[in-house]
Write a protein that binds this ligand. Structure first.
Ligand code: NAI
Ligand code: MG
Length: 351
């Protein structure tokens, strides 16, 4: 049997609850489709940090490099500053493996209510640049006679912009043929005009995609006022990060929002993790919504070349969300993580 080697990093908080839940679903879907997932369990995160002073061992990246994909829960826990946990695990993985696309689909699943009073069709794919941009280490803090100053530089390279924009335009071509690029060229006068220029160049190679640029503030408002207008939205690291949380909120809950960190060249393993964090406020109680993590798993199966198994997992998710009795608390229901997970497994189409 063909077994894929998958690194499983539950991380912290509800990551330790939703990751094993999703593993159960994926194992079941895989066995029905005649393949297997060989999990390599890695207990890295804030507990590891407390013991070793680092978020992962020094050979962590090398070990991950030997796998076919990385399945991650969430990292971050009170007591470890968030920038330490993020820059000690997630960001090194994204950068070492050139996962330059952060793909975050969001749609209104059957049975879920958007907090928007009027939300018709909502089905977007946010493509976020994942390796450079505003999230850079260049800068510092300075004491000046006028007071303390903090400086944070953004790095936009032509190669970095071009490759993520090309991915987004290709995706738009494969979906509804429409794309919006997030900009802010009125306020950020160096990086954003550059981003816009590269967008226009890439757009020239995609005459079949109808596209426009929008200032990110107006675009954020658009998600609320006319969510049905949007299809593929591409943005820099910071803009994509913020817009995808807005999109997750529109679709009902962070608990159903998946994301994939992709190296589209296939040279390195890609990483699949929910948009949400470790949710310390509900961790350890067995009430976290496992849907986001399970949907991430479906994206991973698709990436590993099993679209039929991925489609089955998505179909099972939709059957469960359609049933209010199976909703977890974040969706207004009373189901536990375990109940929702077992329901997804039970809803997998028979093979
Ligand atoms: P969060 O996403 O952990 O929680 C925000 C709110 O959403 C909380 O009220 C939480 O209970 C709820 N929530 C999130 N996921 C849920 C789920 N699956 N089911 C039900 N409710 C859910 O964001 P927060 O509180 O800002 O961050 C907590 C920690 O997580 C921090 O240490 C942060 O740095 C880290 N974090 C890690 C991320 C990652 O690993 N990629 C992403 C975001 C935050
Ligand atoms: Mg975010």
């Amino acid at each position: 049997m063909n077994a894929h080697r998958i690194a499983a990093i539950p991380g912290d908080g509800i990551g330790k609850e939703v990751l094993p839940a999703a593993q159960r679903v994926l194992d079941e879907a895989a066995s029905r489709h005649g393949f297997a997932l060989s999990w390599c369990e890695l207990p890295w995160g804030c507990a590891w940090y407390a013991e070793h002073g680092t978020m992962m061992p020094p050979d962590g990246i090398d070990r991950l490099g030997e796998t076919d994909a990385i399945f991650l829960g969430a990292v971050g826990w009170p007591g470890v500053p968030d920038h330490v946990s993020l820059w000690g695990l997630l960001i090194p993985i994204r950068r070492a493996f050139n996962q330059y696309v952060n793909l975050r689909p969001a749609r209104l699943l059957p049975g879920l209510a958007s907090p928007l009073r009027e939300c018709g069709r909502f089905d977007v794919a946010i493509v976020r640049e994942n390796t450079e941009g505003e999230y850079s280490e260049v800068g510092g803090r300075f004491a000046t006679p006028a007071g303390d100053v903090a400086v944070q530089e953004s790095i936009f390279t032509r190669r970095g912009c071009e490759r993520v924009l090309r991915y987004a335009f290709d995706l738009a071509r494969a979906r509804g043929g429409r794309l919006v690029s997030a900009t802010k060229s009125n306020g950020l006068v160096h990086t954003m005009p550059f981003w816009d220029e590269v967008t226009a160049e890439v757009a020239n190679g995609h005459p079949d995609v109808e596209w426009r640029r929008m200032h990110v503030d107006a675009l954020a408002a658009r998600f609320i006022t006319h969510p049905e207008d949007l299809d593929v939205v591409v943005g820099s690291n910071l803009f994509g990060d913020i817009l995808s949380d807005v999109a997750a909120a529109v679709s009902g809950s962070l608990g159903v929002a998946p994301s994939a960190n992709l190296d589209p060249t296939g040279e390195n393993p890609s990483m699949f993790e929910p948009v949400h964090g470790s949710a310390p406020d509900i961790a350890g109680r067995g009430v976290a919504n496992p849907i986001a993590q399970i949907w991430c798993g479906a994206m991973m199966l698709e990436h590993l070349g099993h679209p039929a198994a991925a489609a089955d997992v998505l179909a099972a998710i939709e059957r469960v969300t359609a049933e209010p009795a199976l909703h977890t608390r974040d969706l207004g229901g009373t189901a536990s993580t375990e109940e929702a997970t077992s329901a997804v497994i039970a809803a997998l189409p028979a093979r």
